[in-house]
Design a protein around this ligand. Structure first.
Ligand SMILES: *[C@@H]1O[C@H](CO)[C@@H](O)[C@H](O)[C@H]1NC(C)=O
Ligand SMILES: *[C@@H]1O[C@H](CO)[C@@H](O)[C@H](O)[C@H]1NC(C)=O
Ligand SMILES: *[C@@H]1O[C@H](CO)[C@@H](O)[C@H](O)[C@H]1NC(C)=O
Ligand SMILES: *[C@@H]1O[C@H](CO)[C@@H](O)[C@H](O)[C@H]1NC(C)=O
Ligand SMILES: *[C@@H]1O[C@H](CO)[C@@H](O)[C@H](O)[C@H]1NC(C)=O
Length: 638
């Protein structure tokens, strides 16, 4: 993951340096620790000036410092990963290739068709020297962060910024398309204006006019009202990389004779899932799903540089070879499936790091630590249907230890057992990351609050902090019964985000289904993918990128989304079935198909509850409230 930033001023009253501060610079450097460069372009006859700042995390091909510039004054900043669509050889760097392809574009339509063809996450900033134009944007799902901030004659773009009480207002660049600023026209008129080229499905019922009206309306809300937003008069669009959601509500009898399904009882058990798999057409579909998801994981674990002779880090690790791939790991169904698929593609001799985060349940004082019995009860409530499988977990009685035995730690350990059974030859590093309230408070103030910004809710705070500590990968691994300090060296962090949104994993989906039936559920699911960029992905990219690591999202691979979008909802989830079976049904079936057991029937537990971070501080808040803790700042060194 890289850090990219650009500042443009349209008048010689300001210099770009007035707007590029050292705090932002140090955040960018953390994202791209392998190379940092600045480039300033002053175009005096038009009196505009641009600063480009590029910070590289080296992952594939040769290290390619940014910004790139060519003889025609074109300049390029790239924070992306091309997995498909444009060919990138295993030793090539995608930054160079994209830049080269861009410089060959002769028209706006060419640029749009290049970005339409890409598969993988990206955000970019491209200065087209010959035309005095600045282009920028984020991929269709918004898997990479980009923020913007405007004043009358200044535009700033950056992967990450800092929160300050007095400070200027940053917003996430909407992942609604790509933007162009005609700097010549703006410098001449001394006022800014943006052109938006929105995404559009290749086939759609809506007319181009309808799409333009709704997208302009949406994006304008994220802009100050003195910045006009227009579209090109010839209605140029990007083509969405996925097909639209299939909202068909199939009749009781599917096209394949699935009558057998009605005989299957609704017990929450692996046997129930096996009974579904006994139905031929179900099984076929599950295998198609496994194939497409497996391919997505493969691209994400192989698309990175592996140097066999690389020097070991000073922090000890138990195995001789070091991990390149880590999984954010709760032991829940999403992370189990990702880990099991990673196992199929990561070279055998390489360990896989499973990052498992737990927050201390109560404050330091030992007496206040919840007693074992109490915790067991809570966990059993959480696991509800799965008490059987977890009855034998040995929860230590020592009070101190019990404090970190949160639900995700317990399911994580059980998940580890299943993965070891799947592949006993693999080194699985189960990294126990224990976070105390004290450390949480310190790191939130120093770092995490800035990364979450401009988001600000209680939920953003909980998830942001949990993911920050988990992806940092600093904890303990068990080596022959002994806990040893460990720091994950993996630069690639796989996360299961996107599964719940597409497969009806949240409890709000059940509410929606109960109240509005399948139609309502379809509508909700369609909306969730539309807003995943602004709800989750920009934030998670900023959080994980802060450790000089790259988040990769197999469930948001374009082919996976298209496959799932092609299926009617009834194939993906069946909310008439109980929790632990009905939601994410197709994923549970896939899990059973490659040999997972108890984890296949775990009900959804959100990270803020599973890791217990939400219990740590305040219990009485609503997830959507503005989080006051994010705004308690002593302006520390960032
Ligand atoms: C990046 O890749 C291009 C094309 O594959 C190659 O020509 C170039 O030398 C690479 N850049 C660096 C800095 O190695
Ligand atoms: C709109 O697109 C057309 C076709 O690419 C181009 O000729 C025209 O200059 C564009 N208009 C503006 C205002 O950029
Ligand atoms: C459901 O089916 C399983 C076997 O698939 C059986 O063991 C169980 O008793 C059944 N439960 C009910 C309530 O019928
Ligand atoms: C972290 O918490 C676990 C309980 O989940 C405990 O077993 C372990 O000893 C703790 N590690 C350290 C270093 O305190
Ligand atoms: C939507 O699902 C229905 C029912 O399975 C199927 O017949 C139809 O072809 C699907 N449509 C698309 C566009 O995939």
């Amino acid at each position: 993951m890289c850090g990219i930033c650009c500042v443009v001023t349209l008048s010689n009253q300001h210099t770009v340096h007035d707007f590029f501060n050292k705090d932002v610079l140090s955040c960018l450097k953390r994202r791209g620790p392998d190379s940092s460069q600045q480039l300033i372009k002053t175009v005096s006859d038009l009196s505009y000036e641009c600063l480009f700042s590029g910070h590289v995390l080296h992952l594939r091909g040769l290290m390619t410092p940014q910004p790139l510039e060519d003889a025609n004054n074109n300049i390029f900043l790239w924070n992306g990963e091309i997995f498909d669509g444009v060919h990138v050889g295993s030793l090539e760097n995608d930054t160079e290739i994209m830049f080269h392809r861009l410089t060959l574009c002769n028209s706006e339509a060419d640029i749009l068709s290049l970005f339409s063809s890409l598969r993988g996450p990206w955000s970019f900033i491209y200065y087209q020297g010959s035309r005095d134009c600045l282009w920028f944007g984020r991929d269709y799902f918004g898997r990479r962060s980009l923020l913007w901030q405007f004043s009358n004659e200044v535009v700033c773009l950056t992967s990450v910024s800092v929160y300050s009480e007095s400070g200027s207002q940053w917003r996430e660049v909407p992942a609604s398309g790509i933007f162009k600023i005609d700097l010549k026209a703006c410098a001449t008129s001394k006022s800014l204006s943006l052109t938006l080229f929105p995404w559009k499905y290749s086939s759609t019922e809506k007319t181009v006019e309808e799409i333009f009206i709704s997208v302009l309306d949406r994006v304008s809300k994220d802009l100050p009202n003195y910045i006009p937003l227009v579209t090109n008069e010839s209605k140029l669009c990007l083509t969405a990389p996925v097909i639209p959601l299939n909202k068909t509500i199939s009749e009781a009898l599917d096209e394949c004779q699935c009558t057998d399904v009605s005989n299957i009882n609704h017990t929450v058990s692996v046997e129930t899932l096996q009974a579904f798999l006994g139905v031929e057409c179900k099984k076929k579909l599950v295998h198609q799903f496994i194939d497409v998801l497996s391919e997505a994981v493969k691209k994400r674990v192989l698309g990175l540089f592996r140097d066999k002779d690389e020097k070991r880090r000073d922090i000890p690790s138990t195995s001789t070879s070091k991990a390149h791939v880590a999984v954010l790991f709760s032991g829940g169904i999403d992370s189990m499936v990702i880990a099991a698929l990673a196992d199929q593609h990561v070279p055998m001799e390489e360990p896989i790091d499973l990052l498992n985060v737990a927050f201390m349940i109560k404050e330091q004082s030992k007496q206040k630590c919840t007693s074992k019995k109490h915790i067991d009860q809570e966990i059993q409530l959480d696991l509800l249907s799965c008490q059987e499988s977890y009855k034998n977990l040995d929860v230590k009685t020592d009070d101190h230890l019990v404090c970190f035995d949160v639900p995700d730690r317990i399911t994580g350990r059980a998940g580890l057992k299943e993965l070891k059974a799947l592949n006993p030859l693999r080194t699985w590093n189960f990294v126990e990351i224990n976070v105390t309230l004290e450390e949480l408070k310190r790191m939130r103030q120093q770092r995490v609050s800035h990364l979450i910004y401009p988001l600000e809710t209680v939920l953003d705070d909980s998830i942001g902090c949990a993911v920050w500590f988990a992806s940092r990968g600093e904890g303990f691994i068990s080596n022959q019964g002994e806990l040893k300090p460990y720091r994950s060296s993996a630069k690639v962090v796989l996360t299961g985000i996107g599964a719940d949104e597409q497969l009806a994993g949240y409890s709000r989906h059940r509410v929606c289904f109960k109240n509005y039936g399948l139609e309502g559920l379809n509508k909700e699911i369609g909306m969730e993918l539309d807003r995943i960029s602004s709800r989750n992905l920009g934030r998670d990219d900023r959080i994980i990128g802060d450790h000089g690591k790259e988040a990769r999202f197999p469930f948001l691979d374009e082919d996976v989304v298209s496959f799932l979008n092609s299926l009617p909802i009834s194939e993906k989830a069946d909310l008439t079935l109980p929790r632990g079976i009905g939601e994410k049904l197709i994923l549970r079936l896939a899990a059973v198909e490659f040999g997972l057991t108890a984890s296949a029937i775990l009900p959804k537990r959100a990270v803020q509850f599973g890791s217990r971070i939400a219990k740590l501080e305040s219990n009485s808040e609503k997830a959507s409230d503005t989080c006051s803790r994010l705004k308690l700042l002593s302006v520390d060194e960032v």
